[in-house]
Structures are given as C-alpha cells and as structure tokens.
Design a protein around this ligand. Structure first.
Ligand SMILES: Cc1cc2nc3c(=O)[nH]c(=O)nc-3n(C[C@H](O)[C@H](O)[C@H](O)COP(=O)(O)OP(=O)(O)OC[C@H]3O[C@@H](n4cnc5c(N)ncnc54)[C@H](O)[C@@H]3O)c2cc1C
Ligand SMILES: *[C@@H]1O[C@H](CO)[C@@H](O)[C@H](O)[C@H]1NC(C)=O
Length: 405
C-alpha cells in the first residue's frame, strides 16, 4: 500500500505550513479547521531567521516582505528608570541567511493560505474534530458535524488545546495556566507626541510586568503593544471572554499597572491603544508523547507549546520542515513508525533545550517582583544575553533539513 492520504487537523500556522510542504511533494493532503474562516485575531508575531528560511523554501517569503517589518535588534528597557538594559543584535543576515521579522499573525496566516491556494488546496472550515480513531490500515477523524475522513497519516496541528493530543495521543497532558495573561492592542504611531524610544522592537520591564512594543509593518504607521501581566485565573473560557470583552476595564488595568513608568511614549501608547484583547497564557510540560501508533504525529504547539518568547512560530515551522524532509523518501505507511522515531530522536534535544531556556527567561521577566529582585534581574540580563548569544546565533543559522544525511 502506498502512502497516499494525509489528514491535517488545524488551519493555524503549522497546519497550513504542513499542507504546503507536503503538497509540494505531490502528496494528497486535506486540512480541517475548527473556525469558520481564517482567524483575524492575535498580535504581531516574531519570525526568527529559521522561520523565514523555511517560509522561503515554501515560496511564502515574497508575500511576507511587503507585510512585515524587519527587526535589526531586540532592545530591552527598564521602565522604572527609563534606561536601556541590554540589546541583542539580530541582523546578522550574512551569518543567518535571513533577517528577523515582526508581522501580524493574520498577515502570516493570509500569506500561507494564499500560497496554498495557488497550489490548488483549500482549508475546510467549520470542521471541529471531536474524536480520532485508529482503524484498520490507518486513521479516522470524526468531526462534530457527524462527518468523518479516513487517511493513512494524521498530523495534529491543532495548537495548545489540541484535541488530537487530549483525545488520543496523551489525554493526561493538559495545558497549564502560567498565571500570566497578555493584553494585546494596536497604536497609531501618529497619535504619539513624545519621541519613540526604540528602533524596531522593545521589551520593556517593570516589577509590575512587561510591555512589548514593536513595529510590524513596512510603513511603520502602527505599533503593536502587548502587556504581560500576572493575573488570577478565571474559572473557565467564558470567564476569560467576559473579562476580555470589557475594553474599559482592560485599559484601566494597564494604566494602573504601568502608572509610574518613566518612558513617556509607553504611557502615551497605553492611553491611545485600540482594539484591546486578552489571552491567558498556557504552556505544556516538557517531554510528553508526540505520536501514536505510527499514524498520528503532533506538530507545533500541540506537541510543545511554550510561553511566548518570540520563537514559537520558528519552532513550529522547524517541526514541519524536518518532518516533511523525512517524509520525502517515504513510499508506504509501513515506513512511518521508523520515520516517527527518527523525527523524535532528531527533534527532542532542540525542543527540550528551548523549553529550558524559555522557562528561565520567562521566570526572570514576567512575574510580579519586589524592587530588589527586579534590580538584580536588570543587572543580570545583559550577562545572560551575552552568555547565550553564541548558542542563539548557532540556532538561528542552523537548518534542520541538514540533520538528515
Ligand atoms: C487565534 C490565535 C491567535 C494567536 N495569537 C498569538 C499572538 O498574538 N502571539 C503569539 O505569540 N502567539 C499567538 N498564537 C499562537 C501562535 O500562533 C502559535 O504559538 C504558533 O504559531 C504555533 O502555531 P500552531 O499552528 O502550532 O498552533 P495555533 O496557531 O494555535 O493553531 C492551531 C489551529 O488549530 C485549530 N484547532 C484547534 N482545535 C481544533 C479541532 N478540534 N479541530 C480542528 N481544528 C482545531 C485552531 O482553531 C487553530 O487554527 C495565536 C494562536 C491562535 C489560534
Ligand atoms: C505598580 O502597581 C501599583 C498598583 O498595583 C501602582 O501603585 C504602582 O504605581 C505601579 N508601579 C509602576 C512602576 O507603575
């Protein structure tokens, strides 16, 4: 039996990228998304040189350049005294092959979907998978609307709240609330009167939480603002929804939290920010199972969601690039168990290391702290960046496809 039919669950970033990569290998793919159309929500994502390398290979890069903003360095500021804490250069295009880019999640998803459309593939919307069953010779996805589809390989690209994971691969591995919620919004740059303190992207820290401020499109007319704030958990999704829909309350929360900061343009941004939305940040514990029975594999956040650190999309796209590269020579479903093993052997060390670094950075810069601890963190930050810089540069220039000889 030949490997003919691949089912992809989730029309987010990794799902659409996987569809593209496999379509380019002339595989028959079908892709299903729970929402009724492409999601338009979400803030500005960071694309690492790794992410851009694979997006280029899948012919998506030309569609991103006119939409995103190139980022030359990552700037860190102390909002208490208004000084720059550290700066991490990112623009070593000669070494990395690619720049770093900020882009709205919606614009990245649109660019992926347009490219997929040009290949003659479209996402089937309004298809929430409710159950996944192992069947003779393959796998079946059952949808909430009562329909189902059979295939020989199923890729679970359904994000942190993955049904594929919690319904079949590893029901015990559930999302954990990080005690941090993010408030996202957009600011018109023209509405600011004080000088803008950063060039491209700034991570601004205080003992009360952090603010990310970044350009995200080529004309730099708008600024993306994201606040990371320690926040009590709501009882359920509805609780978060109600809280997130109250624009005035969200605005007031930002004003109180960041009342005494010493970077005037950030105070102005908080006063002028539009279209606020609120998301609780969840993560998964490390390790865990990624696959089942040589027929189901989890990719992206479904396998290893980490707290936001600007590299999650890069890791998700690396998953897709490596998995697709391994699949190139695969003729029959009988080869899949071995291929899965190979994939996990190559992938685990990098993901484990990334999670460790993320947990460390996250603990240093997001939760509410006392003054002394904050001062020590500010002092340690440049050292931390300096120590990890070689490793980071090596990561940015590495190509997962070259792991396979
Ligand atoms: C709406 C949205 C907004 C986001 N905004 C941000 C942001 O502002 N900043 C940031 O850093 N990260 C954001 N993320 C997360 C970020 O996109 C991911 O960390 C990263 O892109 C890895 O993507 P992924 O494709 O693995 O998962 P995701 O991007 O989460 O995509 C998973 C997809 O699967 C679909 N899905 C889930 N369950 C089912 C089901 N049962 N059946 C069918 N489909 C299903 C989801 O609707 C979603 O489209 C957002 C994710 C989503 C879904
Ligand atoms: C931190 O939050 C408290 C209110 O909880 C506020 O009084 C204080 O001014 C804030 N600090 C800064 C630096 O804005």
């Amino acid at each position: 039996m030949a490997l003919e039919k691949v089912i992809i669950i989730g029309g987010g970033i990794s799902g659409v990228a996987a569809a593209l990569a496999l379509q380019q290998q002339q595989r028959h793919v079908s892709i299903y998304e729970l929402r009724d159309g492409p999601s338009t929500i979400g803030g500005a994502l960071n694309l690492t040189p790794n992410a851009l390398r694979y997006l280029d290979a899948w012919n998506v890069l030309p569609k991103l350049l006119p939409r995103g903003c190139s980022v030359g360095s990552f700037e860190l500021y102390n909002m208490i005294d208004g000084t720059m804490t550290a700066e991490m250069p990112l623009g070593n295009v000669a070494r990395f092959g690619y720049q770093v880019m900020r882009i709205l999640r919606k614009d990245l998803l649109d660019a992926l979907l347009e490219t997929l459309g040009e290949q003659g593939v479209s996402v089937e919307y309004g298809k929430a998978v409710s159950e996944i069953q192992e069947i003779e010779g393959g796998i079946r996805a059952v949808f909430k609307d009562g329909t189902s589809v059979d295939g020989q390989l199923l890729l679970g690209c359904d994000g942190i709240h993955s049904r594929t994971r919690m319904g079949l691969v590893e029901p015990e591995r559930r999302p954990i609330y990080t005690k941090i919620a993010v408030v996202l919004g957009l600011v018109d740059a023209a509405s600011l009167t004080s000088p803008i303190h950063f060039r491209d992207t700034a991570f601004n820290m205080s003992p009360n939480g952090s603010l990310i401020a970044s350009y995200f499109n080529p004309d730099r007319r708008q600024i993306f603002l994201g606040a990371l704030m320690q926040t009590e958990e709501e009882k359920d999704r509805d609780g978060w929804r109600v809280r997130g829909s109250d624009q005035d309350r969200l605005g007031e929360e930002l004003k109180t939290r960041f009342k005494d900061i010493r970077i005037p343009c950030l105070s102005e941004m908080i006063a002028n920010v539009n279209e606020l939305s609120l998301y609780p940040v969840h993560k998964l514990t490390g390790g865990g199972r990624w696959s089942r029975g040589g027929v189901v594999m989890l990719l992206g956040d479904a396998a290893h969601a980490m707290p936001p650190q600007g590299e999650s999309v890069g890791y998700a796209l690396e998953d897709v690039a490596l998995f697709a590269e391994l699949l190139k020579g695969c003729e029959s479903p009988a080869q899949l168990p071995q291929l899965f093993q190979r994939y996990e052997d190559l992938r685990r060390p990098r993901i484990d290391a990334a999670l460790k670094e993320t947990e460390f950075r996250w603990a240093q810069s997001t939760h509410d702290t006392g003054w002394l601890k904050f001062k020590m963190q500010q002092w340690a930050m440049p050292w931390f960046l300096w120590f990890t810089r070689d490793k980071k540069e090596e990561d940015f220039s590495s190509d997962v496809r070259k792991l396979i000889e």
